[in-house]
Design a protein around this ligand. Structure first.
Ligand SMILES: Nc1nc2c(ncn2[C@@H]2O[C@H](COP(=O)(O)OP(=O)(O)OP(=O)(O)O)[C@@H](O)[C@H]2O)c(=O)[nH]1
Ligand SMILES: [Mg+2]
Length: 420
């Protein structure tokens, strides 16, 4: 299954690795020194969506490629924690050099910021309120656009040559080749041209500011991004959060406390609380012995985070990234439509995250190329209706794929369960 990849970017010390550890339950190094993360950390987290089993009247299910926790289907996604950025990173400050190559492998970016203003301009920890998160967002967004600008500017001569030599059909074709490696498609390039009202065949004559406009649009279009306003557990963060929302009305901003989520998930691991990340509610396990520090931390989380913002924001941000920004649909292939099982009798064994617009053919391809080769049609398990191969999948579809290569095959070979 092509797995959704979510990249964590942002200024050094904003809390990316804390978010990463909370989401993946790994133990990557966290510290208050700038540039703690030297190379990317990769792990598996989950996107949560209400499972279809209840709606189908089933008592339970037997997930294979995912898990089902209290009615939530937890679907593995890859989370990549990147080295921190700082103003001037695209000019080589900090650890920025290898950044773009890795960041660009992500389908979606979570831009983590310190909403409490506890990091100064240089990325050092300072008293809350000293730093300005609104300026931090602008600085990092500028750095990202600058990377795109450099890459684009370095290729202008080549693009002109390709266009003049008619070996490229158009600008998007000529530029697309150089930017394919960072996930920029022809469609992204055409959308950026449209948005900036620029014409590709005139690229030699673009001014510096037109080039920057184009790079900025291309980065926004090719890498959907949401802002994680982190460290909301610090009192100074509340007013900054309002300022951020006011200044960035076109971007989704999720208030979060990565540290609180990490505390809850670790407490769950040690058995002192029962916590469902998808519901973002916890209860203390009867008879559990909490020390004073744990008690204080949990009551602070209840008051300052769950009481104010309902959730820690970590799981919520992943869900928004997968389902709102990337507009993924969760689709459940089965073999036996009356029981919603695979051939071995597992109920709703697999769920696939499919991009909006994906078809039955795309799903068959994601399951197995052999299945796709002989593909005939699919059947909607709820209604028994036959769906053509070009049918566009909808969220929560449960269907059986019919292929000539193996009569009715619909479930995947079993895969390792994600660690959680
Ligand atoms: N109060 C509070 N502190 C946090 C939160 N998340 C992270 N921190 C603290 O912020 C500091 C930096 O956290 P990291 O997770 O290492 O930050 P980073 O963004 O990965 O930093 P780099 O690797 O240098 O880019 C640490 O002291 C964390 O404990 C949070 O939600 N609330
Ligand atoms: Mg880090």
């Amino acid at each position: 299954m092509p797995i959704v990849r979510i990249g964590l970017i942002g200024k050094t010390n904003a809390g990316k690795t804390t978010f990463f550890n909370a989401a993946t339950l790994q133990s990557a190094e966290i510290s208050s020194y700038p540039f703690t993360t030297k190379s990317p950390n990769t792990g598996i987290g989950q996107a949560a969506t209400i499972c279809v089993h209840r709606e189908l009247g089933l008592k339970g299910d037997n997930p294979k490629n995912s898990s089902c926790i209290e009615g939530w289907r937890m679907i593995p996604v890859e989370i990549v924690d990147l080295p921190g950025l700082i103003k001037g990173a695209s000019e080589g400050r900090g650890l920025g050099n290898q950044f773009l190559a890795v960041a660009s492998q992500s389908d979606v970016l979570l831009h983590v910021i310190d909403a409490s203003g506890s990091i100064d301009a240089e990325g050092k920890i300072a008293s809350p309120g000293v730093g300005d998160p609104v300026a931090d967002i602008a600085d990092i967004e500028h750095e990202l656009a600058m990377w795109y600008l450099h890459l684009f500017s370095n290729n202008i001569e080549k693009v002109v040559r390709l266009q003049k030599g008619r070996s490229a059909t158009d600008f998007a074709d000529a530029l697309g080749e150089s930017m394919l490696g960072i996930g920029v498609t022809r469609d992204h390039i055409n959308q950026a041209l449209k948005k900036t009202k620029l014409f590709g065949d005139d690229v030699e004559n673009w001014t510096e500011s037109q080039r920057m406009d184009f790079a900025w649009s291309l980065r926004e279009i090719s890498k959907p991004t949401l802002i994680i306003a982190n460290k909301m557990d610090v009192p100074e963060a509340a007013k900054n959060f309002l300022r951020i929302r006011e200044n960035y009305r076109d971007i989704i901003v999720v208030p979060a406390s990565a540290e609180s989520e990490l505390t809850l998930r670790r407490a769950e691991q040690t058995g002192v609380i029962k916590y469902s990340p998808a519901d973002e509610r916890f209860e203390i396990v009867k008879g559990a012995k909490l020390n004073e520090r744990q008690q204080a931390a949990l009551s602070h989380i209840t008051k300052a985070i769950l009481g104010e913002y309902l959730r820690t924001g970590v799981q919520f941000a992943i869900n928004v990234a997968a389902f709102k920004l990337l507009r993924m649909n969760s689709v459940y292939p089965v073999s036996d439509m009356s029981k919603f099982t695979d051939k071995s009798g597992n109920v709703l064994p697999d769920v696939f995250l499919m991009r909006d617009g994906s078809t039955v053919t795309d799903l068959a391809n994601s399951i197995h190329t052999d299945l796709a080769k002989g593909l005939l049609y699919a059947i909607d398990a709820r209604t028994g209706i036959r769906l053509p191969v070009e049918y566009q999948l909808k969220d929560r579809d449960v269907l059986s794929i019919v292929s000539a290569s193996k009569k009715v095959v619909a479930s995947t070979p079993s895969r390792k369960k994600p660690a959680n």
